[in-house]
Design a protein around this ligand. Structure first.
Ligand SMILES: CC(C)(COP(=O)(O)OP(=O)(O)OC[C@H]1O[C@@H](n2cnc3c(N)ncnc32)[C@H](O)[C@@H]1OP(=O)(O)O)[C@@H](O)C(=O)NCCC(=O)NCCS
Length: 209
């Protein structure tokens, strides 16, 4: 749920337009207004949308529901709560270098955040532009395809923003995350070190360089 993991022109994302990709219809104004409706494997409808500054309370609540294992896999260590500063970092973002999408369901007439996917672009002076990507999904929604859906949307946005590669650091044993990357159907490279698997995903088939 948490803070940013850690310029490209927003260009063609400015101005309203409709995009139909792989069966999904996505309305794009700027990335900050990104919103799409998707269906989970159990056929429940969810909203995928850009995170916004007003999400701090929802994000704090979502973080509190996470179990220790999910927190360790995402943050590589224990974490009791998100601080005010981390909530600001997580929700008040530029949507150019730093992009975050949340997955939401309606529960008792309230929105609940059940997943977050984000990327942050490395400070690189020349292409290929690489962004570090990370996900977290509430345990009661695991296996519903949420990370895969978020990843697909981040790939669409990343490509539009000129990102060529996503990089991720995954703890050894986190097969679920590795499978989500693997099943996306994009060229992928993995390099294992003692404490981490470094994953590189190439967003364009010709970008492996
Ligand atoms: C890793 C994590 C984000 C995955 O989220 P998720 O929403 O459960 O992922 P998905 O539902 O998209 O994929 C999960 C399962 O569906 C499978 N799957 C994904 N796409 C599929 C597809 N198109 N068809 C069939 N199965 C698919 C995955 O292989 C995986 O299978 P498994 O149950 O055998 O492991 C989630 O487990 C989590 O939050 N973990 C803790 C935090 C973390 O590890 N973050 C990673 C740091 S980068």
């Amino acid at each position: 749920m948490g803070p940013a993991n850690g310029g490209c022109a927003i260009g063609s994302l400015n101005g309203s337009r409709q995009r139909i990709t792989a069966g999904i219809t996505t309305t794009m104004n700027t990335v900050a207004n990104y919103q799409s409706v998707e269906q989970l494997r159990d056929r429940r409808a969810v909203t995928i949308r850009a995170i916004k500054p007003g999400d701090k309370t929802l994000l704090r609540e979502a973080f509190k529901k996470l179990d220790d294992t999910s927190i360790r896999l995402r943050f590589f260590g224990p974490k009791m709560e998100l601080t005010d500063q981390e909530l600001i970092q997580a929700t008040e973002i530029d949507f150019v270098r730093n992009v975050a999408l949340v997955t939401c369901v309606q529960e008792s007439a309230r929105e609940r955040i059940i997943g977050v996917g984000r990327y942050i672009t490395y400070e690189e002076r020349r292409p290929p532009l690489t962004a570090e990507v990370a996900f977290i999904v509430e345990e009661d929604f695991h296996g519903q395809g949420i990370a895969s859906i978020l990843f697909r949307h981040l790939v669409l946005i990343g490509r539009e923003q000129g990102v060529s590669r996503f990089a991720a650091e995954v703890l050894p044993g986190n097969q679920t995350m590795l499978k989500v990357f693997d099943r996306a159907g994009l060229p992928i490279e993995t390099k294992a070190s003692t404490d981490c698997v470094h994953v590189t995903i190439f967003l364009n088939n010709d970008a492996r360089s």
